[in-house]
Design a protein around this ligand. Structure first.
Ligand SMILES: [Zn+2]
Length: 540
């Protein structure tokens, strides 16, 4: 979830005071073309990544890293080559597979290891050093950020959503494969600095004037969440009780100079966690932690250690302080990290449903009228220049064009109206809590479509197709039959839908399909007055 379009302009009025909607996409990195995803390389199709171990010394004055990465993998069949992605920023010292030095080539951002590799489990170790790519304008582009806080302490961050893990460690850089058994990170830094990472802090060891932080997650994790942050951090924490009654540490790695702001920020954050759980079920990583880390960039949904860089700025929602950016990024713990699309083509599932969750916060805190206004603004912000599901094997750059935030969110708003709350909300929570669609089991748009159709007891594919695979709107034709008498029908929609119409007698809901449905009104009727659909209404 790039936050490039995270808060559509219309939504910002409601929830976000941060002026991030003016998208400086022109400030691209030299590596912009090295987007992740796309068609899976055949050499990597036989490879199932199980685990990464990343052990790096970080040389801050030199802006370089030095160490090794172990890749544990399982081959589905024998192969003469192991292929890993790694940007050409580095010097490789050695490549070993199962402890044996192996011949390799390194170029065009790939490490090609030659040998005879049998089916089954292997471990490849790549030892390397170099200067990773530096981010130009994070988080809108990727790379390392080397900066310092106001007290002069170094402050290092990584953003990698577009480029993927290959930004700084050898990996299979494709959304269809995550390390199912998690990641171990051993990050060595000057001893006056602190490292924040994913999962749990296993131990911190000291040697000379350096410290090594061992962070470990046992959960599957996407490549772009496998990052660390370095700074003069204080750890401010409290305990959070999940909706299912589990105690989870809520941890904030905050710059020491901002530590006094952390307690209030955690209060705001706690409301966010609580409201996300209300609609999406228990926090997905309750066995590890709820984490945020202060970063020099605005934000990013790094699993169990969300990047936070919004400078403690809040808006009011429901009379309470609210951070829309943090709320959105945290929503990705469910939509993106727990539920993960296997192809960038389906990333509306991450951004659209997560953005819908931002609207649900407004619903919970301010009620239906505020929610309606929120989605009216969302609807008006949709550009409709291209479908939000563009096919298959899409890469990251292509996926993030278009309307995946507002139109994906608006689509869920439409589904809520079509299904009704008593069916829609259990279905939404059902999907995000179903083992078949979470954690190791990556998903597609068809999975969402089939699940919602099954739960609704009706084939919803025409609606999914209209909103996700086309740029068409729901066409509604209204005909004045005689004074005070009208007939309404849908065009090119092979299912009936509930349609609200304001008549002289007030609002009423009609079930409308291809055939005309008659109704009466002494005044000009208003179709879909609350904007439950993206519609085009024609009066014949
Ligand atoms: Zn997002």
């Amino acid at each position: 979830m790039r936050i490039r379009f995270v808060v559509p302009p219309a939504l910002m009025v409601a929830v976000c005071a941060v002026a991030i909607c003016v998208v400086p996409v022109g400030a691209v990195s030299a590596q912009e073309h090295l987007t992740s995803g796309g068609k899976l390389k055949p050499e990597q199709a036989v490879m199932d990544i199980r685990h990464y171990t990343i052990a790096l010394k970080v040389n801050i004055p030199d802006k370089s890293i030095d160490g090794y990465t172990d890749v544990d993998l399982v081959l589905s069949k024998a192969t003469p080559v192991l292929l890993f992605d790694l940007l050409d920023s580095f010097h490789i010292h050695s490549v070993k597979v199962d402890g044996h030095e192996m011949p390799y080539s390194y170029g065009q951002n790939l490490i090609r290891i030659s040998g005879i590799f049998s089916a089954g489990k292997h471990t490849a170790r790549v030892t390397y050093d170099g200067r990773p790519h530096v981010a130009v304008h994070p988080p809108w582009d990727d790379g390392f950020t080397w900066t310092s806080d106001s007290s002069g302490h170094p402050w290092v961050a990584i953003t990698a959503e577009g480029t993927g893990g290959k930004l700084y460690f050898p990996c299979k850089d494709h959304p269809s494969d995550e390390p199912n058994e998690g990641v171990d990170m051993f990050i060595n830094v000057p001893e006056n600095l602190v490292v924040a990472g994913p999962g749990l802090l296993v131990e911190t060891t000291h040697s000379g004037d350096r410290s090594t932080y061992h962070w470990k997650t046992r959960y599957t994790i996407n490549n772009y969440s496998i990052v660390f942050n370095i700074g003069n951090y204080k750890v401010v924490q409290r305990e959070y009780t999940t909706v299912d009654g589990h105690l989870v540490p809520m941890v904030f790695y905050v710059l020491a100079e901002h530590a006094d702001k952390a307690p209030h920020h955690l209060e705001v954050f706690e409301r966010t966690v609580h409201e996300q759980e209300r609609y999406f079920g228990e926090y997905p990583w309750a066995k590890e932690k709820i984490g945020i880390v202060e970063t020099p960039h605005l934000g990013m949904e790094h699993q169990t250690m969300n990047a936070y860089g919004n400078h403690f700025r809040y808006t009011k929602v429901g009379g309470e302080d609210y951070d829309g950016l943090m709320h959105h990024e945290f929503g990705h713990e469910w939509w993106g990290n727990k539920v993960t699309a296997r192809d960038w083509a389906d990333y509306w599932i991450h951004e659209g449903i997560c953005t819908f969750g931002d609207g649900l916060y407004v619903l919970a805190m301010e009620g239906e009228d505020a929610y309606d206004k929120y989605f009216q603004r969302t609807g008006r912000s949709i550009q409709n220049t291209a479908p939000i599901v563009l096919g298959k094997d899409i890469d990251e750059e292509a996926a993030y064009q278009g309307d995946i935030y507002p139109k994906g969110a608006f689509f869920m708003h439409t589904l809520r109206w079509v299904m009704g709350d008593s069916l829609f909300f259990p279905t939404l929570k059902g999907f995000v809590t179903d083992p078949a669609y979470t954690y190791d089991n990556l998903v597609t748009t068809d999975d969402v479509q089939n699940y919602f159709s099954r739960r609704a007891g009706v084939d919803l594919s025409p609606l999914f197709t209209l909103y996700l695979r086309t740029t068409h709107k729901l066409e509604v034709h209204v005909r004045r039959v005689s004074p005070g008498h009208y007939a309404v029908r849908l065009v090119d929609m092979p299912m009936t839908l509930p349609l609200e119409i304001t008549t002289s007698a007030g609002r009423r809901v009609l079930r409308v399909g291809a055939g005309e449905v008659a109704f009466e009104s002494d005044t000009q009727p208003v179709v879909d007055p609350r904007m439950c659909y993206l519609s085009k209404v024609t009066f014949e």
